[in-house]
Design a protein around this ligand. Sequence first.
Ligand code: HEC
Length: 141
Amino acid sequence: MRRPFFLILFTFLSLISQAQKRKSHVTYRVTGKAIYVKHCMTCHQSDGTGVQNMMIPPLIKTDYVLGPKAAIIKILLNGLNGDIKVNGDNYSGEMPSQAVLKNSEIAAVLTYVRSSFGNKASPVTVSEVKSARAANKKAGL
Ligand code: HEC
């Protein structure tokens, strides 16, 4: 009689944890979108297309957005200015640092960007932002 009880309990608990995971993913995307609207949209536009003639690159399937997470986190922490190539076009604009954002906000906004505008890349976690920020500090940036 003990086994079925544990089986039921286990199924029940795993259902709860799945539901919670789904919920936290949804919340993350909602917060991520809000942060995007507030901190990125004026430049990169609501649909991530950027404004090419103002030197603002798109966030749609770019090497930076889909590439290594440490690199994209670093762009947010330090900003970016220099000559870069995005989806075949040259840009030499200036992106201000977004380092005022908390680790959780950076994780959420990058998770949103990497899973919106046609992008399908894995989420960015708070601990990934934390270690990228630490490495950044160590490098004296
Ligand atoms: C004031 C305008 C501005 C804001 C605000 C801004 N960016 Fe940028 N961003 C730029 C510009 C300009 C570049 C290109 C810099 C260069 O040419 O070196 C860029 C480059 C990038 C890149 C790398 C290139 C690419 O398109 O893949 C990413 C990723 C990015 N921004 C994400 C973000 C995110 C996410 C936010 C919000 C947290 C944000 N940016 C806020 C202007 C901005």
